[in-house]
Design a protein around this ligand. Sequence first.
Ligand code: DX5
Ligand code: ZN
Length: 217
Amino acid sequence: MPALIAPSLLSADFARIAEQIDAVQNAGADWLHLDVMDGRFVPNITWGPKIIGDLRKLSPLVFDAHLMIVEPERYVEDFRRAGCDRITFHLETTAHAQRLLTRIRELGAKAGIAICPQTPVSMLEDIIDDCDLVLVMSVNPGFSGQTFIERSLEKVRQARDLIDGRNPECAIEVDGGVGERNARELVNAGADVLVMGSTIFGANDPGAELRRIRALL
Ligand code: DX5
Ligand code: ZN
């Protein structure tokens, strides 16, 4: 299956948000990646369910929410109601990841689990059966435009091995510092979905940039 591209709105210009979403949608974006940050789990603050609910009216794209918040169990219903199709939370933010994965699925969304650079893939062994997606963070979460941590490539390979053996339906998403320099290599290592923030929205023409990266894949 060809790799999917998920532009991350974190790098978009919110004063022109409808136009920016249209640009990537018309260029064939697969998912729209929405980074939710609370200023506690990560040192940055973005948006909550109200803004996502309003964005929902602008686009039929798959809404791929990446929750970088403490106590994610308190908010998954709100994000589902706002129109998120996929909800991914961080393993580091809850002691009851399996319960939360199950809850997200009960709500009718795809359930994903994200791991920070410090968290080994082996921490997912006992919950991988309950995941629709594993998100390998290739930077420390919080900001766009950071440098890709090279070790992440090996983590994608490890995630691929784990998933192939145990839950082949589960997708692998990579987020942080992804662009033309490493996209092909990440897909070869086993990534199914590439998140790109500054690569796409930092370009003069986000649609053209998306098409260009797609061609490289
Ligand atoms: C960072 C976010 C990313 C961010 C990626 O914490 O999770 O989704 O938008 O931005 P780039 O692609 O610029 O690293
Ligand atoms: Zn993200």
